[in-house]
Design a protein around this ligand. Sequence first.
Ligand code: COA
Length: 491
Amino acid sequence: MQNLVVSAEEAASWIKDGMTLGLSGFTRAGDAKAVPTALVERAEQGERFKVNVYTGASLGSNIDKMFAEAGIVNKRLPFQAEPSMRKAINTGEHLFVDQHLSHTSELLRADIIDRVDYAILEAISITEDGMLIPSTSVGNSASFAETAENIIIELNTAQPEELEGLHDIYNPEKQGKRKPIPLTKADQRIGTIGIPLDLEKVRGIVFTHQMDSPSTIVQPDEETEMMANHLLEFLRSEVSAGRLNEALMPLQSGIGSVANAVLHGMVDSEFKDLVVYSEVLQDAVFDLIDAGKVKFASACSLTLSDEKMEEVFRNFGKYRDKLILRPQEISNQPEIIRRLGLISINTALEFDIYGNINSTHVCGTNMMNGIGGSGDFARNARLGIFVTKSIAKDGDISSIVPFVSHVDHTEHDVDVIVTEQGYADLRGLAPRERVPLLIENCAHPIYREQLWEYYNEALERGGQTPHVLEKAFSWHTNFKETGTMRQTVTW
Ligand code: COA
C-alpha cells in the first residue's frame, strides 16, 4: 500500500465540484484534518466549487469554520456546532439537514441520499488483513467506507497507538434482511476491532501528525451543581420506590457544558457500579471512572478538554479495558437503547408548560447545533431526562415558555425535566397535571406569575392541551421586539 501514499494536496485535487464527501469525525474527535484543509486552500487560491459534506457529527480542527468561510459547502449533514457555519446556515448560504445521528447510515445503505464520492477517514493504522483502525471516534466511518466510491485514509501518527483494540465495528444488514443486533450489555463486543476495507476503493493514504481539537466545555458552576443535585434527588426517589438500585441503568449524557456538569455531579453520590452507554464520552465520565463510580463506558467518540486529553492518554492503560468505541448507528441504535433501558440525559434550549422540548432553534428560526443524538436516545430510553437552566441571557429569556418555538422532542418522549430550580417528573401525567409541576418546580421565580397568567387564560378556553394560540409565541416576539420576555422589568 506504500504506493498509495500521497500528499494532502494531491488527494484534495481529486475532489470535483458537486461531489459528496464523507468525513470521519464526531464532536471534534477523530476528524480528517489534512485533506479538508488542502481542499479549503484550493478555494482560497480562487477555484470555485461546492461539495456536500457528511460527517459523524461536529468537526474540530476548524474544518467546519474553514469550509463555511471558504463558501465551498452545498449541503451539510447530520450535525454541526460551529459559529461561522451556524451563521452560514442561518443566512441560507448553504443547506443543512438536521438529522438523528443514527439515521445517516440507514439513508446511505438504502441509497436514499447522495452517495459518497470520497470517504476521507482518519485512522491510526491499517492491519495486515486490511482493516482500518479508527482513532478517537468511529462516527459514520464504517458506513462511509462501505458505501463510498473511493476512500482516502489519513494516517494520524499523533493519535495514541493504544487506541488499537478499543473499537468494536458492527455493520447491520439492510433493513428487511436484518437480524437482531446481538448486543445485550454495554461492555459486550459484537464486531471487529477495525473497519473492513475494500482495498480496491482506497485511492490514497495521507500521513498526518495532529491531535484532535480539545472540547470547549465550561466547567461546572453553582447552577449546574444545583441541577445535578435535583437529578440525584430524583434518582434517589426511584431507588426508594424500588424501581432502580444504586447501579441505576446504563447512562447516556449529551454534549455540552450542562450535560457534562450534571453527570459530574455523580462523583460524590452514593451511586456505584455505573455503566455508561452513550455517544460522546466527555471529561465527566473519566472523573467518574477515577472516582470508582463508573465501571464501563461504551460510546462512539472521546471528546475531552485539553487537560483531560493529556491526562487520559498519559494513563491510558488505566482506562483501556473500561472503554469501547462503536459506530454511531450502534451507540445510538433505538433497538439497543430500548433493550438496555437507558437513563438518557440531554440538554434543552427551551421547554413549554406541557413538556415539549426545543433543543435546536433559537426563537424558532435560527439553528443552534442540531438535534444530534438526543432524539435517538430520548424517544427510546427508559427515562428520557432533559436538563436546562431556567433562564438564559441574564434573565431576559425564560427557558420555559407557553409554547416551544420549535419542537424536537414531543411531550410523549419527555419523562423528566430538571432545572436549577427543581425537577418535574411528568410520567403518567395528563397535560393539565404537568403545568403546575413545571411552573412551580422548574420555572425561574421571575417568570412564574407570567406563566400562570397565560395558563389560566388558556384554561378558560378549555381543551385537552389548553392554549391561547394568538399569544402562544408572544414571549418570543416580545423578546425580539424589546430584548426581554419579561412583561415588567423590576430588576
Ligand atoms: N434561547 C436562546 N438562547 C439560549 C436559550 C434559549 N432558550 N437557552 C440557552 N441559550 C443560549 C445560552 O445563553 C448559551 O449562549 P452563549 O453561547 O451565547 O453563551 C448557549 O445557548 C448554550 O447554552 P448553555 O447553557 O451554555 O448550554 P450547553 O453548552 O450545554 O448547550 C445546547 C446547550 C442545547 C445548545 C446543546 O446541548 C445542544 O446543542 N443540544 C442538542 C444536541 C444534543 O442534545 N445532543 C445530545 C446527544 S450528544
